[in-house]
Design a protein around this ligand. Structure first.
Ligand code: DGJ
Length: 763
């Protein structure tokens, strides 16, 4: 049983073989955080329980580690929630009322959440707190997965009083950690420059990230990681906190004068308030905590496992994703049916499986200034419509996919002529245009209903097997005509609930269609949206060098199967940089491979090269998309990068030289997660960077111990010559033979924990 209750100390203990999390009833009646970290045996912990309240004499509430801290009664740190009563007071002090432990995990309607497939995969404890003067009841939900260091948390607020009240802040998670010896790792960025990692020591005071744009944003991503200063990808302690939400969020840490660190994750309270009438309730989004005592790779792999298998839904969750050609960078808005058919036919010859028609097919859209909302084919460009085009393309043996941007409306559109009031804006104020477009008010039910009908008809009108759902601007002038003045604070959350509802209806209606989410690239790349669309367009930046950084940062939390990675033409459209086709392919392999170019313009040599890229990828696609991902250590990350993916049958390793420097020492690339005592068969992708005479020395039969502790050798010839942007791809088949007993080092004879840790990950 992964959750127990100790009657003596009134302590709840969530535990499994990788993690313990304890909270206790304090003498005041509030609930305190006792311990979280490496697993403790399930027994009584009176001394730890005492430490939650800051010591024997309970001198100061600011020394207490609260589970879900309230406002206004002596804890001057930031509260986890704020409720305003009818008399205007925001003081509350909810006390323990009851708790209940049960198997499985309850679902939350309307919001994305982790799920279980069997009751024994997880246990849940519901902790109920009650603030008698306001009549507000708070239920905190904690679900621990039996075989994973994962706890999912959320809160429900119920107005059980007689008077209406207002929830002004409602964090999904609060965690008071006992010390400050952590580095805070977040990502930030901008359009086409998303996911830049920032790491800094926790400082006294307040730190973190937040979005107030209506989407999670290019500028930040809804997670934070706390790692010990010395933690690396391969070792050391770390906590990951990730929010299943696509709207305005905040992820913060407050480090106080007693050295404790208060972590909070939830809806950004600056743009939020929610009115609760008598009897009404409010559910926060879900937050996911992951603990790793073994470094960031382990932390990431746990997130990957749980997001791949217990967040993503529908038949595409486990299916291999098709290799696609998207026409965007090949043509932008400038195409005809004839041109698209020529591109599709060339793509088919290369081994591409899905042709995606991007922006510019509807209304009269020759640039980005018009037609969003008019989801009918532009017959000037497509005389036989979407159905005619799609039928011809599927007739070639390809699948057909289509781009839409349903949440948007152009001022120059029929939809705007009919419904100018559907665009978000405040009466009496100008609406700000961005990319020449406005945003539809997705908090309004009639708009969600309208879009459901229009997109359902569109998908039913043609053999469409993939939808790319774009969102190219954030929200300004937030306001909804459908909400009364005292509910305008609900707008942003209701907007995202409307988006989720539309996604839910369409993905339920069309389970066979693969949905890819996109927001000008990575503007809405978050776990909330992955519950509906199992993959996303990570960034509009398709430069291979930039993608090395983007994909590595994304892999901190997100699995490779969740991002599209495309080979585009050179010079690259975003950076002007030229890299070889094989270098671009070796980067794009680690994700869902696609192409973003015009295949009709390729030379015969390029066509042949792309055909072999596609053939190689398809032969190894399950490993690339679903294998266990490692960021491998390299001596100088400014010069090199290396990734590994491993499945049961094989390991694939990409080594990338970014910049050449003369007279460099050789690189020893230490692989990870192999069985030390197993024999592996190492070879190279023949299209990779090595020349024939270099191919021999790493190849052949090698022990797992040798590959992990000795490493692959990338010698001076390789790392100093042949210029910049040069890669190599190792293909390593997993043997069944084990090394003879006398050839194993002593530790491996007894079994090395590094060798089998992957098996423990599987849910
Ligand atoms: C932004 C996307 O990220 C691109 O891939 C493309 O679909 C454009 N929008 C089209 O407007």
């Amino acid at each position: 049983m992964p959750i127990s209750f100790d009657q003596q100390t009134k302590t709840v203990h969530l535990y499994n073989s990788s993690l313990s999390y304890l909270f206790t009833l304090l003498y005041t009646g509030a609930v305190g955080q006792v311990y979280c970290g490496a697993p403790l045996a399930p027994r009584s912990y009176p001394f730890l329980a005492l430490s939650a309240s800051g010591g024997v004499f309970h001198p100061d509430k600011n020394t207490v580690r609260f589970e879900y801290p309230a406002y206004g009664t002596g804890d001057y740190r930031t509260p986890a929630f704020v409720i305003q009563s009818r008399n205007g007071s925001t003081v509350t002090e909810p006390l323990y009322q009851s708790h209940k432990i049960y198997d499985g995990k309850p679902s939350v309607s309307a919001l994305p959440a982790l799920y279980t497939e069997r009751e024994d995969e997880a246990q849940t404890v519901e902790l109920t707190l009650f603030d008698a003067p306001s009549g507000v009841r708070i239920i905190l939900y904690y679900t621990i997965f039996t075989d994973l260091p994962v706890i999912a948390r959320r809160a429900r607020f119920i107005n059980a009083g007689e008077e209406p009240c207002r929830v002004r802040k409602a964090m999904s998670l609060n965690l008071d950690l006992p010390d400050r010896d952590w580095h805070l790792l977040t990502v930030s960025g901008a359009w086409a420059r998303e996911l830049q990692i920032s790491e800094k020591p926790l400082m006294p005071g307040f730190q973190g990230i937040k979005s107030s744009r209506g989407n999670s944003g290019h500028q930040q991503n809804p997670f934070l990681i706390l790692k010990r200063p010395a933690t690396t990808d391969s070792g050391g302690e770390a906590w990951g906190f990730s929010l299943l939400y696509s709207g305005n969020f905040s992820a913060t840490v407050e480090s106080d004068c007693y050295g404790t660190s208060r972590v909070q994750l939830g809806i950004n309270d600056e743009t939020f308030s929610w009115k609760l009438e008598k009897g009404e309730s409010f559910d926060t989004p879900e937050a996911v905590l992951v603990y790793s005592p073994d470094g960031l790779n382990r932390l990431s792999q746990v997130f990957h496992t749980v997001y791949q298998s217990r967040l993503a839904r529908g038949p595409w969750r486990d299916k291999e994703r098709p290799v696609l050609l998207n026409n965007w960078e090949g043509t932008y808005f400038n195409f005809t049916e004839h041109k698209l058919l020529a591109m599709a036919s060339a793509a088919k010859e290369l081994g591409i499986e899905l042709f995606v028609l991007d922006d510019g097919w509807f209304g009269e859209r020759d640039n980005d200034s018009s037609s969003l909302g008019d989801w009918f084919a532009d017959t000037r460009k497509l005389p036989s419509g979407i159905a005619g085009l799609a039928e011809q393309i599927t007739g070639m043996g390809l699948q057909f996919g289509l781009w839409i941007e349903p949440e948007m409306i152009s001022k120059k559109s029929r939809l705007f002529e009919l419904h100018p009031d559907w665009a978000i804006g405040v009466p009496g104020r100008c609406r700000s245009e961005q990319r020449n477009q406005y945003v539809l008010d997705m908090s309004r039910q009639e708009i969600v209903d309208y879009l459901t009908t229009i997109i359902t008809d569109l998908i039913e009108s043609a053999p469409i097997s993939y939808i790319k759902w774009d969102m190219n601007r954030s929200i300004t002038e937030p306001f909804s005509l459908s909400l009364p003045p005292d509910r305008q604070g609900e707008f942003f959350h209701r907007y995202i609930l409307g988006v989720y509802e539309l996604y839910d209806r369409l993905t339920t209606r069309f389970p066979q269609v693969l949905f890819e989410s996109c927001a000008g690239g990575g503007g809405r790349f978050d776990p909330g949206i992955l519950a509906f669309a199992p993959q996303a367009w990570l960034s509009d930046n398709t430069d291979a060098l930039e993608r090395l950084r983007l994909q590595a940062s994304a892999s901190l939390v997100y699995p490779q199967s969740s991002w599209g990675s495309h080979v585009s033409a050179v010079p690259n459209h975003q950076t002007g940089r030229s890299t070889s086709l094989n270098f671009r392919a070796m980067v794009a392999f680690f994700g869902n491979l696609g192409f973003e170019l015009d295949p009709t313009t390729l030379s015969p040599e390029e066509k042949q090269a792309i055909a072999s890229v596609c053939a190689f990828y398809k032969a190894h696609r399950r490993t690339f998309q679903y294998g266990r991902f490692f960021r491998l250590a390299v001596p100088d990350p400014a010069l090199y990068a290396a990734w590994q993916v491993s499945s049961e049958a094989e390991t694939l390793v990409g080594f990338y030289k970014l910049l050449a420097q003369p007279n460099r020492p050789p690189v020893r690339l230490h692989l990870a997660g192999l069985e030390p005592a197993l024999v592996y068969d190492v070879s190279l992708w023949e299209e990779g960077g090595f020349e024939e005479q270099d191919k021999s020395y790493n190849c052949g039969q090698r022990g797992g111990d040798e590959l992990m502790y000795g490493g692959l050798l990338l010698d001076a010839t390789y790392v100093t010559k042949r210029g910049d942007f040069f890669g190599e791809l190792f293909v390593i088949r997993h043997g069944t033979a084990t090394l003879p007993e006398e050839e194993r080092k002593p530790a491996d004879r007894a079994g090395d924990s590094r060798g089998d840790f992957g098996k423990k990950l599987s849910v």
